[in-house]
Design a protein around this ligand. Structure first.
Ligand code: ARG
Length: 458
């Protein structure tokens, strides 16, 4: 068969081992809808500019629609010698239309075609991830009212630190995923620039209208420099990074809930539909979905590394290395999509182990900082208050009691200025209620934030 990209300059056919080595059809087939959309826009532009006739453009568009249906039905035979999805579609067009089909590639190269298709694909995939992130945010938000009265320990260094309301935790994740959505939005602007018409590397001497194709493909604008565009994969790197940050957020959350699912913590139970058992230990209920979410983040971060290294040494402009950009980015999108699809129902369906949580919430002196701040509010310098509360906590530890259960006289031995009003801030519940600052876990602040997010996410 005549290969669309091998002209008379070649003295022999391609070695079949090279065809195997160089093909991308095995992974770029999934660009076909975007490729066909791009080709139709290109054909219509060629007709508007008088470079082909309206009738020819119509024939091309009709044939491309038929080829798309064939691909939908998985009925277009894949031939490795055609290398990629772009040549498969063009060849199918030529087989249908002969010379009319041979006109489609006027003023275009596969270099700009690949980049345009991929930008359109990435744009759609980012929108899909954004929607899934919203669903995850909504899942966290949906817990806030029901969990409003639950107090959990906040940790630093994984040591018990201060008491916080459970919704404060849920809002923390809503914020993280919101930043991810903002990053998607920002990254999408640069993805959404049309590269079609820069042709191979220098532009074209054919009077095409790049603005027209950019517009009809819903791009926000078009790229400015053909040499830059032909080499540019920043949009791939940025997307891989955005997905990498989402992966770290998901992985951190998964790790936390895996810990919380242990007997040692005993804070949360995943829905049984999201757990697996053991083939030998009958009692086991394992949080596999969370573990795999944590585990799969490794590939997403690995993909980012792969892509950065892929492009780091490339001189301008197009280099065939760039064909290798698709598998890692596809994998990152697929992986994050799969994780998010399970994360939202898991979050919505998990159950806090209220009794276990409250049974241990007075352990770990979560109210020590509140006691210190109480003394500061009474006029004591912070360093002195910190020192005295340290001594009081040490005394309570020796007696194996909570601060609430430590007799006032014992506290007064360390800090004579203390009176009975100190009880107002002791114990996790009172400590939580004593917070006032913006962004803190006070019930009022948390309720305000929940109300804001209900508004934003509705
Ligand atoms: N299959 C290749 C890809 O996906 C197309 C390469 C087009 N350019 C070239 N000069 N061979 O990147």
């Amino acid at each position: 068969m005549e290969s669309p990209s091998r002209g008379g300059v070649f003295s022999e056919g391609t070695d079949s081992r090279v065809e195997q080595f160089a093909e991308s059809i095995s992974f770029d087939r999934r660009l076909y809808r975007h490729d066909i959309r791009g080709s139709k826009a290109h054909a219509q532009m060629l007709a508007s500019e008088g470079l082909i006739s309206n009738d020819e453009a119509e024939q091309i568009c009709t044939a491309l629609d038929e080829i798309e249906k064939q691909l939908d039905a998985d009925e277009l035979p894949l031939r490795i010698e055609l290398e990629d999805i772009h040549m498969h579609i063009e060849q199918a067009l030529i087989e249908r239309l002969g010379d009319v089909g041979r006109k489609l590639h006027t003023g275009r190269s596969r270099n700009d075609q690949v980049s345009t298709d991929f930008r359109m694909w990435v744009r759609d995939a980012l929108d899909d991830i954004d929607r899934l992130l919203l669903e995850l945010q909504q899942a966290f938000l949906s817990r806030c009212d029901a969990d409003a009265d639950v107090i959990l320990p906040a940790y630093t260094h994984l040591q018990r630190a201060q008491p916080v309301l459970a919704p404060h935790y849920w809002l923390a994740y809503i914020e993280k995923f919101e930043r991810d959505r903002q990053r998607i939005k920002d990254c999408r602007k640069r993805v959404n620039q049309c590269s079609l018409g820069v042709a191979a590397v220098a532009g074209t001497s054919i009077a095409i209208d790049r603005n027209a194709t950019a517009k009809s493909l819903d791009f926000e604008g078009m790229t400015a420099n053909s040499l830059d565009t032909s080499s540019d994969r920043d949009f791939v790197l940025e997307s891989a990074f955005v997905l990498g940050v989402i992966a770290t957020h998901l992985s951190g959350w998964a790790e936390e809930w895996i810990l919380w699912s242990t007997v040692e913590f005993g804070f949360i139970k995943s829905p049984h539909a999201f757990c697996t058992g053991s083939s030998i230990m009958p009692q086991k209920v394992n949080p596999d979905v969370l573990e795999l979410t944590r585990g799969k983040s490794a590939r997403v971060l690995g993909n980012l590394q792969t892509l950065m290294v892929l492009v780091k040494g490339l001189p301008l402009a197009y280099n065939r290395d760039l064909q290798e950009d698709k598998p890692p980015l596809f994998d990152s999108f697929d992986t994050i999509q799969a994780c998010l699809q399970l994360a939202a129902p898991l979050v919505a369906g998990a159950e806090l182990q209220r009794e276990r949580i409250s049974a241990s919430i007075e352990e770990g002196y979560l109210d020590a900082t509140s006691l210190m701040e109480f003394m500061i509010r009474k006029g004591m310098p912070q360093r002195r208050a910190h020192h005295l509360v340290g001594a009081i906590v040490g005394e309570a530890m020796r007696r194996r009691v909570t601060l609430s259960d430590l007799p006032l006289e014992v506290m007064q031995e360390h800090a004579p200025e203390l009176d009975a009003s100190v009880r107002e801030v002791l114990g996790s519940k009172q400590a939580v209620e004593a917070f006032v600052s913006e962004g803190s876990t006070s019930p009022k602040r948390v309720a305000q934030q929940v109300a804001i997010w209900k508004e934003r996410l509705s």
